[in-house]
Design a protein around this ligand. Structure first.
Ligand code: TXA
Ligand code: MG
Length: 322
């Protein structure tokens, strides 16, 4: 596959590939996305094929501005305020498709709603402008695997299956966007924890409802085994057993750490390193990974969500996605 750099010629060439219906992965602030022209059924179908993703699992649509988003979905008041507060950035809003919305039905898996966001990464925004199309983009990894936060992760997972990757260096946030939908009464509902914390959402719009992951979740991508390394994962480990790699957070278990997500206990730093660390431990061929305790506050909620899925039994992986 081609590795497109950040210069104008490469950016244009990558955009031409998109307009020709091919797949190009690109850097965003959260994780690398596997981009396709969202208005092209065939291109969207090839995303599902390249990832091996169940086609009932809908994709996020990326646009360069709120004004563009309004061409595809209808905003309510709370959604307007969330977009004003957090776009461009790691927040995805699930909103009703406008009438005659040109986005492929396949991208929203037949639903009447569409998940949409304006990414907060300079290169991603330039790319969206150059493409001049909305881009459907799930994380650029084989379905069920660890999300990519470097161009090399994309190459390792999808070599031979896509036209190229637009290399913007390591992703600064490191976990996927927070997905927010709306109840029938128009109240915001947290569908997937991610790069924007619940605390930040609530300081902008007040209480946000929780959708507990009990298997009836309305966000179809939130099925159990996911983000999974080849190794088995043991959570809340305060010891390291023989043969295990130990993934630590903070100083408490640093003496037994093979990788420490943040010696200083900084959740932002830990989030940025999480998927890279899992990729690295897989490359080192560890069969088992023990993960130390991580506080369930702020970005720790998104980290623990991903780690619980990484630790889930893989027989659930069939039903999974993204
Ligand atoms: O940060 C991100 O969000 C990355 C980057 C590339 O932007 N993208 C990403 O996409 O994580 P993906 O496809 O891996 O995750 C999409 C999530 C899934 O949980 C999916 O179920 C949910 O969004 N989703 C998409 N459309 C939906 C809809 N209409 N209703 C409810 N949930 C939806
Ligand atoms: Mg994903």
């Amino acid at each position: 596959m081609r590795i497109f750099k950040t210069d104008k010629e490469d950016l244009q060439e990558a955009a031409e590939n998109i307009r020709a219906g091919r797949l190009v992965a690109f850097a965003t602030e959260t994780v690398y996305g596997l981009g396709a022209d969202a208005t092209n059924d065939h291109a969207v179908a090839s995303i599902y094929e390249a990832k091996g993703r169940p086609s009932f699992n809908p994709l996020i649509i990326h646009v360069p501005s709120l004004a563009k988003a309004k061409e595809y979905v209808t905003f309510n008041d709370v959604a307007e305020r969330l977009a004003a507060s957090f776009w461009p950035g790691a927040l995805t809003l699930v909103l009703p498709r406008v009438e005659n919305c040109p986005v492929s039905r396949l991208a929203s898996a037949g639903l009447e709603t569409l998940a949409i966001r304006v990414p907060g990464h300079k290169l991603a925004l330039e790319f969206l402008h150059a493409c001049d199309r909305p881009l459907a983009a799930p994380s650029a990894n084989p379905s069920g695997g660890i999300s990519p936060t470097k161009a090399q992760h994309v190459i390792d997972g999808l070599e031979g299956k896509i036209a190229g990757v637009l290399d913007g260096g390591p992703c600064p946030v490191g976990v996927e966007s927070t997905v927010v939908g709306f109840s029938e009464a128009g109240k915001p509902v947290l569908l997937r924890p991610g790069g924007i914390t619940r605390e930040a959402l609530e300081s902008a719009v007040g209480p946000v409802l929780t959708h507990d992951a009990d298997g009836t979740t309305p966000s179809p991508g939130m099925l159990l085994s996911h983000y999974a390394p080849n190794a088995t994962v043991r959570l809340n480990a305060t010891t390291k057993e023989p043969g295990e790699a130990y993934l630590a957070f903070g100083r408490d278990y640093d003496t037994i750490a093979d990788v420490n997500l943040s010696v200083n206990g900084d959740l932002t730093e830990a989030t940025a390193l999480l998927f890279s660390a899992l990729h690295f431990l897989d490359e080192m061929k560890f069969e088992r990974i023990a993960v130390g305790p991580i506080p369930e506050i702020g970005l720790g909620v998104a980290i623990n969500d991903r780690l619980r899925r990484a630790a889930a039994p893989k027989e659930n992986k069939e039903a999974v996605g993204t």
